[in-house]
Design a protein around this ligand. Structure first.
Ligand code: XMP
Length: 525
């Protein structure tokens, strides 16, 4: 066996044995890791080039081999170090992962001509993975090749009409394979199958809870930070809020938060941040009132990219000034998420390369000589929210829809002025009130108002008006890469429209943006 090389992942807790999801290039690798975590078992995504000794060094509770686009016999198809199968680690292969196991463990994989894409019905006989489930199971398949002979020593425990070997189990070696995808919602009992594997086969207990995450991160932050001082930029968003609260829980008043109010926030947003952090959690908070500075620099600027650049640069300048005033601060908190870390892995190795530091995700000064504390580095967004709830962060902040860094500046087309900001802020507040009243806030990825730089004719009372329209934008999305316009009920649109027009002088028309992304973007600038 190769020499044992421990992976440079200081983040993984030694007490917490991870389930490693080996990414073989499938589109659902990340989803598998999330499903395992939903079963309250800690899991991490790793690249497939890990050697058996590297895997052993992580002491995983189990391995799950993902699907993949390739045929196991194709040239350059993602491979595994076959010694991994001799480590005695419970292993579940899914789709391509299953076929790889079959190929490497004495079975046979062939292109039978019986591809399956979509729903299939399994007939299950016996076995551990499908324990407690109906004999007939609907599953979701997506494969061209099939396993035609199971690995030596493995039993076939389920078949579908076109895939005679849909599940195999080698219970003595604890090696399992499923041709279908248990991780997708189209496999109705998928999560139970994963739980059978995790709890029963691998004996991995469901102990990974928000409370456990907090305890672990707090201990880790204390060990890293010691008695040094820590700085955190609060944006009002959930990531920086949860990161700050974790650090505060760990090192109390060694933490100072800086909240830069650039004057481009929504109604009451700054007050909420100050009240929550300063008032409620007693975090040392520097509230920088920089509204004038930003507005002065934005005066006469109408190009969207210029606006973004100005807000970004000015933010860094203000933040640096405040940091300098605080004197000797060694650490900087960043709300980097696991999805940022995975994405920064990139390259042909996918996540294999992810285990490197991911600096300045938040766009903070590159030359600031501070060490990073990233307490959310191993969490997905929904996990950050659950940790936030557990820490007592108000519901309004935990479930806040994403809001762009340049704020309202990129939702006002053309010049950003005090007057136009006031109009947009009020329209946005009315819109959000009505969306909340209709209980739609959490269903929507984002819902907001935009102020275009045009005017149109209207009539109010007996008077002809020539005033601004307000655009309503509401979208559903999974990740902001694509988005669909939300089918808001007409009565909600009507409530927003009549309130905006009646309550805001200078607005005489409300329009609804019915464009999806692509080809439109979510924001207007
Ligand atoms: P678009 O408009 O490109 O937006 O469809 C995708 C997502 O990104 C957010 N967004 C930003 N967030 N700084 C940010 O922090 C920015 O400059 C920025 N621009 C867009 C947007 O709100 C949406 O969620």
């Amino acid at each position: 066996m190769a020499q044992v090389v421990p992976l440079p992942t200081p983040e993984a807790s030694p007490e917490e044995r991870p389930v490693l999801v080996v990414d073989l290039g499938g589109q659902y690798s990340q989803l598998i890791a999330r499903r395992v975590r939903e079963a309250r078992v800690y899991s991490e995504l790793v690249g497939h080039r890990l050697s058996a000794s590297e895997v052993a060094a992580r002491n995983p509770a189990a391995l799950i081999l993902s699907g993949g686009p390739a045929s196991v016999y194709a040239e350059g198809a993602p491979d595994l170090d076959t010694e991994i199968f001799d480590l005695g680690i419970p292993t579940l292969g899914i789709c391509y992962g299953m076929q790889l196991m079959a190929r490497d463990l004495g079975g046979i994989v062939e292109r039978t001509g019986a591809s399956e894409f979509g729903k299939a019905v399994l007939r299950a006989s016996h076995g551990e993975l499908l324990e407690g489930l109906p004999d007939e199971l609907i599953v979701w398949m997506s494969h061209r090749d099939s396993v035609v002979a199971a690995p030596t020593g493995a039993d076939v425990t389920a078949s579908s009409p076109s895939t005679p070997i849909a599940v195999f189990e080698d219970r003595s070696r604890r090696l399992y394979g499923v041709q279908f995808h248990p991780e997708v919602v189209h496999t109705p009992h998928g999560q139970e199958i994963l739980k059978n594997f995790l709890y029963e086969v691998a004996g991995a207990p469901p102990t990974w809870t928000p409370a456990a995450v907090i305890e672990e991160q707090v201990a880790r932050i204390r060990a890293t930070v010691g008695t040094e001082r820590v700085l955190c930029a609060l944006s009002g968003g959930v990531d920086s809020a949860v990161a700050a609260l974790l650090v505060h829980k760990a090192v109390g008043d060694q933490l100072t938060c800086v909240f830069v109010d650039h004057g481009l926030l929504r109604e009451n947003e700054a007050e909420q941040v100050v009240e929550t952090f300063g008032g409620h959690f007693h975090v040392a908070l520097v509230h920088v009132q920089a509204q004038k500075r930003f507005l002065t620099r934005l005066a006469g600027v109408s190009d969207p990219e210029d606006k973004r650049k100005i807000v970004g640069e000015e933010f860094i300048r203000v933040f640096e000034e405040e940091a300098r005033k605080l004197g000797d601060v060694r650490f900087l908190v960043q709300g980097t998420l696991y999805s940022d870390v995975i994405e920064s892995g990139g390259g042909e190795d996918g996540v294999a390369a992810l285990i490197k530091s991911h600096h300045n995700v938040g766009g903070l000064p590159a030359d600031m000589r501070m060490e990073l504390v990233e307490p959310l580095r191993l969490l997905f967004k929904d996990e950050v929210r659950r940790v936030g709830e557990e820490l007592g962060l108000p519901e309004r902040m935990v479930w806040r829809q994403p809001f762009p860094g340049p704020g309202l500046a990129i939702r006002i087309i053309g010049d950003v002025t005090e007057e136009r900001l006031a109009v947009l802020r009020r329209a946005d507040a009315i819109l959000l009130e009505e969306i909340r009243r209709a209980d739609l806030y959490r269903e929507l990825w984002q819902s907001f108002a935009v102020l275009p730089a045009i005017r149109s004719v209207g009539v109010q009372g007996d008077e002809r008006t020539y005033a601004y329209p307000v655009v309503i934008r509401a979208v559903t999305s999974e990740d902001a890469m694509t988005a669909d316009w939300a089918r808001l009920p007409y009565d909600v649109l009507e409530a927003i429209s009549s309130r905006v027009i009646n309550e805001i002088p200078g607005v005489n028309r409300v329009v609804y943006d019915v464009s999806s992304k692509p080809p439109a973007t979510i924001e207007w600038e």
